[in-house]
Ligand binder design. Structure first.
Ligand code: GLC
Length: 447
């Protein structure tokens, strides 16, 4: 008996540290985190908006870096920034129609230009021909449509005089060594930049009411890179949570060693087929319509409507979110290609959104019927079958489903789908006339 107690104690001692090994910054429990993030995990679908001076160049939001432009060379975009068609109410209506429940706007991208009226810089929209705080108008318009509001803020700043030149900077040195970088960075003071960074984040989280999401971008630790030490990331995150206790923060602060150093992972531009590996984690895949985040006039490699729909479905059926990006033009409008894609998503979402909101991957006990993907709503106990292919013989085999469901219907019109048993399986009658949706959905009520 004594021996047993001894081993139990030893076991406890050994597992104890394993539990606490993962470092943490706060005392929030997993349950509390789940509750804080509930609206976001239920929402599943958001809109990213990349808009800034680079929209004028219209050849990638990294144009300043790609073409190694100096502040002076870039100045023409500041002088000519005049978004005469900017109407965020219209943006918000389009996002809402497409079924997007939250939106994240670039308040400042790597170029350093601020869409908001910051008191810590002159490099802001109010000093351009736009003469307005564009962030405030965005916030008001999206909130009015009931869409949650998020801010993207670039940790990187290629305009600020104290942000040290590194391997990603437009003024980087080819094959530069430490001495060369030390020389070129003389007079630049990261302490001062950090103050600026903290001040601006404080402004954003103080002056615009409740902010639901903060999307900080990004860290690239390494010899000529920047990471959590450069941002004083722990202190920054502490301040963020103090100012906005409910806020949801992405994982690009380089605090991955802390269980609560971030709220969600951000697989960027990944293939829909790879999303399965994120099951069980909290994540949001960010995706563009084409190859660039900022407006890119001559970019032609746009995803098809089908690919976009598949990305949304693949996110939900693997338990994650999709944030789909629009890069408005310099006049402040969604480009016609973006509008047409959003319209097509809106058409599909209107009829099929029940298979998206509040859904996740199906329990393992439900086999995925051939040519389909499966989502599941744990609250309503309904299963959704996305019909990528409608079987030619008009019957969909639900393998092993006999005895598991009480009713089946087509989701877009709640019309009954009759079925017969065949051993362990159910054979579901498909509609004779193909429903007018690229990927129709079957709704199964589980017993
Ligand atoms: C990247 C890029 C950037 C874009 C972001 C969105 O890290 O630097 O241009 O804003 O991803 O995920």
């Amino acid at each position: 008996m004594k021996k047993l107690i001894y081993f139990c104690l030893l076991g406890l001692l050994m597992t104890g540290p394993v539990f606490s090994q993962q470092k943490h910054l706060s005392n929030e429990t997993p349950q509390q985190k789940t509750e804080r993030m509930q609206w976001w995990t239920d929402a599943r679908f958001g809109m990213f908006i990349h808009w800034g001076l680079y929209s004028e160049a219209a050849r990638h939001e990294w144009v300043k870096n790609h073409e190694r432009l100096t502040n002076q060379q870039y100045q023409k975009y500041f002088d000519n920034f005049d978004p005469d068609h900017f109407n965020p109410k219209k943006w918000a209506k389009e996002a809402k129609a497409a079924g997007m429940k939250y939106a994240v706007l670039t308040t400042k991208h790597h170029e350093g230009f601020c869409l908001f009226d910051s008191k810590y810089t002159d490099y802001k929209a109010t000093n351009t021909p736009a003469h307005r705080d564009l962030v405030r108008e965005f916030v008001n318009a999206f909130r009015a449509e009931g869409i949650k509001v998020g801010f993207y803020y670039s940790l990187i700043d290629w305009h600020h005089p104290d942000f040290t030149i590194d391997g990603y900077h437009p003024q980087r040195i080819d094959n530069g060594d430490s001495a060369a970088y030390a020389k070129i960075n003389k007079g630049r003071d990261m302490d001062k930049y950090r103050k600026y960074l903290f001040n601006q984040v404080r402004e954003l989280l103080t002056n615009y009411g409740k902010i639901d999401i903060l999307w900080l971008d990004f860290s690239y630790p390494g010899k000529f890179g920047k990471g959590h030490k450069d941002w004083h990331a722990k202190d920054l995150l502490k301040m963020i949570r103090q100012l906005q206790p409910g806020i949801i923060v992405d994982n690009r602060l380089d605090l991955n060693d802390y269980s609560d150093g971030y709220d969600f992972e951000t697989p960027e531009q990944v293939n829909a087929n790879t999303l399965v590996k994120y099951r069980g984690k909290t994540w949001e895949t960010c995706q563009t319509f084409s190859g660039s985040w900022g407006y890119y006039r001559d970019e032609t490699s746009w995803k098809t409507n089908h690919q976009l729909l598949d990305l949304l479905i693949s996110s939900v059926t693997n338990g994650g979110n999709l944030i789909l990006n629009v890069g408005p033009t310099a006049r402040g409008e969604f480009d016609y290609r973006a509008v047409s894609h959003l319209d097509s998503i809106a058409y599909w979402m209107h009829a099929n959104d029940r298979a998206i909101y509040g859904c996740t991957f199906a329990p393992d006990s439900y086999q995925v019927p051939e040519g389909t993907k499966l989502s599941y709503n744990p609250k309503t106990k309904r299963l959704y079958v996305f019909l990528y292919k409608i079987p030619e013989d008009g019957k969909l085999r639900l393998p092993g489903y006999n005895g598991k469901i009480s009713y089946a219907q087509l989701l877009n019109d709640d019309s009954e789908l009759q079925y017969k048993t065949q051993g362990e399986d159910l054979m579901l009658d498909m509609p004779k006339v193909r429903p007018p949706y690229d990927i129709p959905v079957v709704e199964l009520m589980l017993k």
